[in-house]
Ligand binder design. Structure first.
Ligand SMILES: Nc1ncnc2c1ncn2[C@@H]1O[C@H](COP(=O)(O)OP(=O)(O)OP(=O)(O)O)[C@@H](O)[C@H]1O
Length: 206
């Protein structure tokens, strides 16, 4: 599903990633761990093509900065990026059109997060956690082969955390994969989660 080789990134004066290799198989949920500043966010952003890196990343054989690569993945940062002038319903419509994904799947994901009665609201009218749920619902509803989530549990209440775990399990059961970060134990009880420390992926540590 995902094959990354020899990824190295320097940001400012900091060598953040050094010779990182990573493989994610179809149906695998990968929990990326590491302390503050370990490089988790940087690695996710390299995997989805937002940060340039040496080495190579292939999602289903495609580099992430290609049309085919972009079509194969979804990424939600730790604060979901929503469009100020689109309602929740319009976010679903836009994502459905942009990714040729069934609108019904997006609404199913929004309903799972309890957002079905808020479809006419704009991001500015939503709490931080609710905005995050919109971003996560859209990403899960798109059902891309690979879903990348940075600290997705951070602002979620208890029920929503379970909705997210259920959504991830459903993706994995259909052979899709996810890579996500969290500092908490939200994934501890989940079956089939592979845990990897960013530090253990670095060239000198392998
Ligand atoms: N734009 C930047 N310029 C310089 N250094 C940066 C930049 N962005 C990140 N860094 C540095 O890269 C390192 C890794 O940051 P990153 O955000 O990937 O860590 P993280 O593991 O996600 O941390 P956290 O758990 O705190 O979110 C840190 O030392 C950080 O200071």
């Amino acid at each position: 599903m995902l094959i990354a080789r020899n990824l190295s990134v320097t940001l400012g004066a900091a060598r953040v990633l050094h010779d990182v290799d990573l493989d994610v198989k179809p149906g695998q949920l990968l929990h990326l761990t590491g302390g503050n500043g370990a490089g988790k966010t940087t690695l996710l952003r390299v995997l989805c093509g937002l940060i340039a890196s040496s080495g190579s990343v292939k999602v289903l054989g495609h580099p992430p900065r290609t049309v085919a690569g972009r079509a194969s993945l979804a990424f939600v940062p730790d604060e979901a990026e929503l469009y100020d002038d689109l309602t929740i319903a319009e976010h679903a419509q836009f994502a459905s059109l942009a990714y040729a994904a069934p609108l019904e799947d997006l609404h199913t994901a929004l309903n799972a997060f309890g957002l079905g009665h808020r479809l006419d609201q704009f991001p500015a009218e939503l709490s931080r956690g609710t905005r995050q749920k919109v971003g996560l619902a859209v990403a899960l509803g798109l059902k891309r082969p690979l879903t990348l989530l940075d600290e997705p549990f951070g602002t979620l209440d208890t029920d929503s955390r379970q909705v997210l775990r259920d959504g991830l399990s459903a993706l994995a059961a259909e052979g899709r994969s996810a890579v996500l970060t969290t500092h908490g134990g939200e994934l501890a009880q989940m079956k089939g989660v592979r845990q990897v420390a960013v530090g253990a992926l670095q060239g000198t540590s392998r």
